[in-house]
Design a protein around this ligand. Structure first.
Ligand code: T46
Length: 136
């Protein structure tokens, strides 16, 4: 399973690091929404869903995260451990996120929040993936 991890260029100097992200330059889509997770509970798994259309870039800006991706036929666990790394997660990818204590996960999203875009049932996800494959 192919995954795309972006390595963002920091503007570092003796004061520290600064990363600036611009749509279509660093982020490969129009950024319509930004959200973040913090106070993450140790051992809990978030996500457990896929999206019909949404594209996102995930950046673990503090601590570390393990992102499990599943395209319906293959699974991969991608560690996010650096604030300059961004993981692209496209549509029809089941995702689960696990956090180190106190981790902060920042997400850039291509669409506004829409519960109708979520697929929260794994069997339904597999069904939609196989229908999409038959259409191609
Ligand atoms: C995703 C992973 C990486 C909103 O009202 N607006 C928002 O933009 C978001 C993202 C969530 N919410 C509400 C909906 C729920 O009542 O916040 C609550 C928690 O959302 P959810 O359970 O979907 O959170 P996660 O961590 O399971 O998933 C989130 C994103 O929802 C999802 O798109 O890909 O992070």
């Amino acid at each position: 399973m192919q995954t795309i991890k972006y390595v963002f260029q920091p503007h570092g100097d003796e004061r520290g690091q600064l990363i600036a992200l611009e749509e279509f330059k660093d982020i490969p889509f129009h950024i319509k929404r930004v959200y973040y997770m913090y106070d993450t509970a140790d051992g809990f798994i978030r996500g457990k869903h896929a999206h019909r259309h949404l594209e996102q870039i995930l950046v673990c800006i503090h601590g570390s995260c393990k992102i499990k991706l599943d395209n319906g036929s293959e699974q991969k666990i991608v560690p996010l451990e650096k604030p300059y790394e961004g993981l692209y997660v496209g549509s029809l990818v089941w995702r689960e996120m696990e956090f180190s204590p106190g981790a902060v996960l920042l997400v850039f999203a291509s669409e506004l929040y829409d519960e109708a875009d979520y697929i929260r049932d794994y069997d339904e996800f597999l069904q939609i993936v196989s229908e999409r494959k038959n259409e191609d």
